[in-house]
Design a protein around this ligand. Sequence first.
Ligand SMILES: [Fe+2]
Ligand SMILES: [Fe+2]
Ligand SMILES: [Fe+2]
Length: 400
Amino acid sequence: MRNKIYHNNILLSITSLLDYMEVDILKEVSNHGRRTAYVSLRIADNLGFTENELYDLGTFAILHDIGATESSLVQQSLPIDRDLMEKYQDHCRFGQRIFDSFVSLTKQENVILYHHENFDGSGFFGKSGDEIPLMAQIIALADYLERTFFATGTTYDAQSVVDDISSQNGIRFNPVLVDRLRTLSRSTSFWLDLEAINIDYALHEIFPIIATPIRDDEFVDIARTIAAIVDAKSLFTRLHAAGLGQKALVFAQACGFDSLRKNRFHIAALLHDIGKLIVPTRILDKSSGLDRNEIEIIKQHPYYTEKSLKLMGLDEEIVRWASNHHEKLNGTGYPKGLSAIDLDFESRALSILDVYQALTEDRPYRPAFKQQDAWIILNRMVDAGELDAEIVTILKKLLI
Ligand SMILES: [Fe+2]
Ligand SMILES: [Fe+2]
Ligand SMILES: [Fe+2]
């Protein structure tokens, strides 16, 4: 029977991968996204948002700074810290671009793009009052509170944080939202919930569980969004997962896969490198040879692909095909060192498509191979007992 995929599981999986990215970019897990989501949801709940609206707001709020993972942003401003990153409007634009293909339950527009607008129009894009989506206004307030709260460490003075926000009533923030925050901030539990040790539990308590399963076609859109996040991490893999997804579809069509199998194969291709979110960008973009330790870190990524796809609740087959993409028939692959007997047709096919896709893309240490040179390398890998000869032949007929 087919597994059911729920929105919450996907979000949980992406959020835990983002913790690794925070360590990579900002050198620490700050809980910034989680705290911003918690404050946003408390305010919105107070305003009477519906369950679906709360779910969308929580998702936007947890992932509101996802644009900061864009490699070009990371590179132009290294070394980077949270405050510096928040000052670049690029992270709003990149983030919105990622979200544009995201399935939101209540069809929200430009929430991420405008999450640093000020109520009086003095923000990045000069939007004011009602021109700023309400969800973006809420996130702006929660984001500011979180950063002020966080910067003051454990000895924060809650009252002075609220006084500071109140002094910007109608200037930076919507007075209605400031008023709701004032009410919420009177309770001790509101502040305790924000402590690092409590935030996971507190967020879980307030985040609605959306129990409607995601349809297959919707999930392909979500998988594309995740692929875009992964691809954006390195300048050299900008189209890697998207390109592999395209090739997987052509291949599945040619092999006569039925629609369920084709869909699964496509999703496995789009998500195969999701575990790369844990690999630091400096390693992915390194132009000279990698040292042994760096190679070991790269080799971890299919392990994390398996873990995150399982966490999402995806079908066993998708998880298997995606996480086997670096295994080789002769047992020399990673992370499990599986061999021919363990590798089914789709696992073998995806690994060949992945090698072909990677060879025909630029890498920091070499330019893209021409198609005929890529075939020479694939043939050599077949001769070495790594790749399946028959599947390479099928692929050759399709792409040459
Ligand atoms: Fe931001
Ligand atoms: Fe932020
Ligand atoms: Fe990979």
